[in-house]
Write a protein that binds this ligand. Structure first.
Ligand code: SAM
Ligand code: ZN
Length: 267
């Protein structure tokens, strides 16, 4: 498995020397104390701190660790046909919960990419047996062509060309989308919207030029959320609530909430 230099005009393989990745053109990237490498180029980020904030990342970790979405995580892990030793890339991996679960279930070689430093930092500290990289998955995945048996994008970035390039021939791609009724009760109570947004058809069309859809499954789970879980799931899913919305959120004590996902398996 080769990491590639992310300097736009370079893309040469990186070699690890002590705790520094270097390419043949002399570009160098330090390995952070917690074990990840930041390959994000200044021109590949739109803000100083792109991607999920520390608050969103820690809220998502708490929500996932308390098990509210465990049946969804299990279904996602079961949806990818993997064998021990396979290479898996999780694109937009967040704080690493899903890649950690894949690794435990299949003894795969796990690689996670996210644009958020706080997300990758948390992932690298917790799941030491996977490799973690900060990069912009929309621009360039810093891996050689045909590096992976499988790629997963779990409510995250969709880059058909890059996914195709890094997948080995015959490799599997799992795209997980929030279902149309995901968090519908909370959205109605806080955001006042009941509009069901179905991203499935649009996504299938987006991937059709490069991938064949093999399976589509819709999974749904209902969880009784307490006040903390409500706050966590909202701050990990929605950025910048307005003052009025935050007030409504603060009045909620408990709620039975729908969690749903569309699972698209492509070849
Ligand atoms: C909704 S979260 C999902 C995280 C994780 N897959 C999960 O299911 O827990 C979306 C993630 O995509 C990351 N992200 C946003 N833009 C990105 C980009 N251009 N490249 C890589 N990751 C990105 C965010 O930082 C965030 O961690
Ligand atoms: Zn280079």
């Amino acid at each position: 498995m080769h990491l590639l230099c992310s300097v736009r005009t370079c893309h040469q393989p990186l070699a690890l020397r002590e705790r520094i990745y270097v390419c043949a053109n002399g570009h160098a990237f330090d390995v952070a104390r917690s074990g990840y490498v930041n390959l994000l180029q200044p021109q590949d980020r739109r803000s100083h701190a792109p991607g999920d904030t520390p608050q969103a990342v820690t809220a998502r970790r708490r929500f996932l660790e308390r098990g509210f979405a465990a049946p969804l995580v299990d279904a996602i892990v079961a949806a990818l046909p993997l064998r021990s030793g396979d290479t898996l890339l999780d694109a937009g991996c967040g704080e690493g919960h899903h890649l950690g679960a894949f690794r435990r279930a299949y003894a795969i070689e796990g690689h996670g990419v996210d644009i958020s430093v706080p997300a990758i930092e948390l992932a690298a500290k917790r799941y030491r047996d996977c490799t973690w990289v900060v990069a912009n998955a929309d621009r360039f995945l810093p891996y050689a062509d045909a590096s992976f048996h499988a790629v997963a994008s779990i409510t995250a970035r969709l880059s058909p060309e890059e996914f195709r390039r890094v997948l080995a021939p015959g490799g599997a791609l799992l795209v997980v989308l929030p279902g149309a009724d995901d968090l519908i009760e909370l959205r109605a109570a806080v955001l006042g919207e009941r509009v069901e947004r179905d991203r499935t058809q649009r996504t299938i069309e987006q991937f059709a030029p490069l991938f064949t859809l093999e399976r589509h499954a819709r999974i749904e789970h209902h969880a009784e959320l307490d006040r903390d879980a409500i706050a966590d799931v909202m701050s990990s899913s929605y950025r910048g609530l307005r003052a009025r919305e935050r007030e409504k959120l603060d009045t909620l004590r408990a709620m039975n909430v729908t969690l749903s996902r569309d699972l698209l398996l492509f070849r």
